[in-house]
Write a protein that binds this ligand. Structure first.
Ligand SMILES: [Fe+2]
Ligand SMILES: [Fe+2]
Length: 148
């Protein structure tokens, strides 16, 4: 794992950027109980979708390919994280599809359900990225130990 330090740093930076976006969306949604009509909230959610698509793709072509080969004992845990990507993106695209639709809450019969959906999704994203940070650090230290 030669350039691993830079890769780990880049991953942590990308995670920080994602988490900042989540915080911004949450700030925008504070006090919202119905459909999300706030332009800033919607544009943050769209930016989040774009950011996560690129971020996940980068992971799938980067450490998620590489680290399971170098650390086969961690492969199942990496696979589980990779498998979560499509669910997170589907869920986010569902949120965006419903955001701003006035009929959404009536159809769902739960006031603020979109916000609930966003909150549940964000719990998943935060847990996903935190697990990834831990696992990548674990792999990093394991590989460092094997260098000689
Ligand atoms: Fe990921
Ligand atoms: Fe990630």
């Amino acid at each position: 794992m030669p350039q691993e330090k830079e890769e780990v740093d880049q991953l942590l930076d990308e995670h920080r950027a994602c988490l900042e976006l989540l915080n911004r969306v949450e700030q925008c949604l504070e006090g919202v109980t119905g459909p999300v009509q706030d332009d800033e909230a919607l544009s943050c959610l769209r930016k989040l979708e774009d950011t996560l698509q690129k971020h996940f793709k980068g992971e799938e072509e980067g450490f998620l390919l590489q680290l399971p080969l170098e650390c086969p004992h961690l492969a199942a845990r990496f696979q589980k994280l990779e498998d979560e990507h499509s669910g997170i993106l589907d869920s986010l695209s569902g949120v965006l599809k419903n955001a701003g639709k006035p009929e959404m809450d009536a159809a769902d019969r739960r006031p603020g359900s979109l916000k609930d959906h966003v909150q549940r999704l964000f719990v998943t994203i935060r847990r996903h990225e935190a697990e990834e940070n831990e696992l990548v650090m674990e792999a990093y230290w394991d590989t460092l130990g094997n260098i000689d």
